[in-house]
Ligand binder design. Structure first.
Ligand code: FAQ
Length: 351
């Protein structure tokens, strides 16, 4: 029996008239067979919309996520720490680029996504609306925030949509370095002077609960999980990944000589997991709605950075136009600047 991929190729070779039901059946078969959906394949509109929503939110998180740590570049305590921090922040910009590119394969454009972010019509992760008050926060972000990001993102390497899954492979490798640098930074502080130890503990106290919130609302309040899991975009539920993160973090905190700020945290022999206390979902939704400690500051800075970068975009477009005229090359720069419209992308799948 032909695999779903072979059937899709056959369709492209000669059975293009297949109706919507047949397209859907092939799509469902590909998902069931754990095959990848690629940009030119037919896909349900809702699958495309969900992917654009999640990938855009992810991309926005990467670039807004540069701000809290960038706050400490000029105050890093040594040249080594400064070089590490700059490399990490640059990696986050790169992650944003891979992700915007992945979203563009779905028929949207980076400009469109950024416009929506700036207009408050698309979200970014709640975690980046908290302030970085001390140098230890850089360590806590690396250990906890990047640690939570890896827990969430490793399963996304197996996302059913090819470009997103492939982008996640490299992102996860880099996140792994980010997590380790944060852990090592906190270890140095924890084993340092009593003041340094206290600073590390204070940072962990402030970042622990917001890190647990990164995984999204509890499963019974997660609007998209069931459908996203059926489509194999998400491979695990929000609560499953949150639990996995807690289980991994407890022994790491012990090795660091730091405590996690949860009196209800204890090993549950029966479940084979750590139990933990209730999460303040009111706080989470307030932050998501725009009322967190730094929402306004993050968005103001983002819009300013975008406006100040206008000349770079104009220069790149002028260069691309000049280059196109000189070589006759049509699609490279033009595609990077815009990407196909949703309509075009949808139609190309039928060709
Ligand atoms: N913040 O139905 P669900 C990083 C929204 S890591 C804000 O459960 P879904 C690395 C959600 O959009 C951070 N909003 O949604 C880094 C939905 O609203 P909508 C980024 C949230 O999509 C480290 C509503 O709540 N990582 O950047 C949050 O199935 C250090 C209902 O929620 C990713 O984006 C939240 N935390 O599951 C960078 C990973 N959670 O859209 C710099 C990819 C939920 O209907 C420095 N994304 N909402 O208006 C995902 O895995 C998923 O989208 C989840 C949410 C798990 C985040």
């Amino acid at each position: 029996m032909a695999t779903a991929a072979a059937q899709r190729t056959a369709r492209a070779d000669g059975t293009a008239e297949a109706d919507a039901a047949a397209h859907e059946a092939l799509f469902d078969a590909a998902i069931a067979a754990d095959e990848r959906i690629e940009p030119r394949d037919w896909m349900p509109d809702a699958y495309r919309t969900t992917l654009i929503r999640q990938i855009a939110q992810h991309a926005h998180s990467e670039i807004i996520g540069m701000q809290p740590e960038a706050n400490w570049i000029t105050r890093a305590p040594s040249l080594r720490r400064k070089a590490i921090l700059m490399a990490k922040i640059q990696d986050e910009a790169g992650h944003g680029l891979y992700l915007y590119s992945a979203a563009e394969t779905l028929g949207t454009s980076r400009d469109e996504l950024l416009d929506k972010l700036h207009a408050g019509r698309q979200k970014y992760s709640s975690i980046f609306n908290y302030p970085t008050l001390t140098w230890a926060d850089v360590g806590a972000i690396g250990w906890l925030v990047d640690g939570a990001a890896i827990t969430n993102q490793v399963p996304l390497c197996r996302c059913s949509y090819g470009p997103y899954g492939r982008a996640m492979v490299r992102i996860c490798k880099e996140e792994s370095f980010h997590q380790r640098q944060g852990y090592e930074l906190l270890m140095a502080l924890s084993q340092g002077t009593p003041e340094q130890h206290a600073m590390a503990q204070d940072a962990v106290d402030r970042w622990w609960w917001p890190s647990l919130m990164m995984f999204g609302p509890p499963d019974d309040e997660s609007a998209h999980s069931a459908q996203s899991m059926a489509w194999k975009i998400k491979r695990h539920s929000n609560d499953e990944l949150r639990q996995r993160f807690v289980d991994a973090s407890v022994p790491q905190a012990e090795s660091l000589g730091l405590t996690l700020p949860d009196p209800e945290l204890r090993w549950n022999e029966e479940r084979g997991h750590y139990d933990f206390g209730p999460i303040d979902w009111t706080e989470f939704w307030e932050v998501v709605k725009g009322n967190g400690p730094c929402n306004e500051q993050r968005m103001t800075q983002r819009r300013r950075a975008h406006d100040e970068g206008a000349w770079v975009r104009e220069a790149a477009a002028a260069y691309a136009a000049k280059h196109k005229g000189a070589t006759g090359a049509a699609d490279g720069p033009a595609r990077a600047a815009g990407g196909p419209s949703a309509q075009q992308a949808g139609e190309s799948g039928k060709a």
